[in-house]
Ligand binder design. Structure first.
Ligand code: FPP
Length: 247
């Protein structure tokens, strides 16, 4: 009898990891509902999942992790829910400023931060400052009040301003230049975008940057997303052939 050794779907090749993983953290509300808990408990568990996945990404050597934490549309949620999510950000950032250097995790915020409270803004500034000394660990980006369309619009508006002021010529606008005006300026595009929570859509996340990203969808709800789930996503990514429009 011949036994074929089958690679487990959680096995990953550490030699060809995605450099940049982005995640749409969906399913917190349903996770809470299925346990008879308030939605807020789902967001708290979602925050825990982010800590778990961030630590694992750092440990295996993923360079960038970007998570969709609050969209430009999420302000439409009930005030109590928005306020819980903002409190979770505050709690997380307060912890981060204490631990991020020791943990070797740089943390930045992407999005229109002008709507954040002064307290949160102060913490965002402190995280930026501390991130400067973190060179070889994980760089995490929290997308807060972020929208892909809003990002493209703010870039277009800044470019138009620079053309008006004579700092730029319209003929010099190309993909590289446009990318440099986006919130994600200087970052590589995501190689792998993961969406847990059983929906299969992009929901206004990284619209420009996802042009050649690989997508991975799973029914697992974000608070249940663990190391094995991430390994499954990476395993799937590693089986694909990326051609970037070539052959
Ligand atoms: C989507 O699930 C989740 C959000 C809009 C909020 C995500 C926020 C967190 C996970 C807190 C993160 C905190 C840090 C510091 C990263 P949903 O509420 O739409 O879930 P549902 O589709 O099941 O209702």
């Amino acid at each position: 009898m011949i036994f074929l050794s089958k690679k487990k779907d959680t096995e990953i090749d550490p030699g060809c990891l995605p450099e940049h993983i982005a995640i749409i953290m969906d399913g917190n509300g349903r996770w809470a509902k299925s346990r008879g808990l308030p939605r807020q408990a789902g967001h708290a568990a979602g925050c825990e999942a982010f800590r778990r996945i961030g630590t694992y990404c750092r440990d295996i050597g993923v360079k960038y992790l970007t998570v969709y934490a609050f969209s430009t549309e999420n302000w439409k949620r009930p005030e109590e829910e928005v306020s819980t999510i903002m409190s979770l950000f505050k709690q997380y950032m307060n912890e981060a400023v204490e631990k991020m250097v020791r943990d070797n995790i740089a943390i930045h915020v992407l999005g229109d931060t002008s709507k954040l409270s002064p307290e949160l803004l102060e913490l965002v500034g402190r995280m930026e400052e501390l991130s400067k000394s973190i060179k070889n660990g994980l760089t995490a980006y929290l997308c807060i009040n972020y929208g892909g369309r809003a990002d493209i619009l703010q870039a277009a508006s800044k470019i138009a301003g620079d053309v008006e002021n004579g700092l730029l010529k319209a003929k010099d606008i190309n993909e590289k230049l446009f990318s440099d005006y986006l919130y994600t300026s200087g970052m590589p595009d995501p190689d792998l975008i993961i969406r847990p929570g059983a929906e299969m859509r992009i929901s206004n996340f990284l619209l420009w940057q996802s042009a050649y990203s690989e997508f991975y969808f799973t029914d697992v709800l974000w608070p249940d997303f663990n190391v094995n789930e991430l390994n499954r996503a990476i395993n799937s990514f590693q089986k694909r052939s990326r051609r970037f429009g070539g052959v």
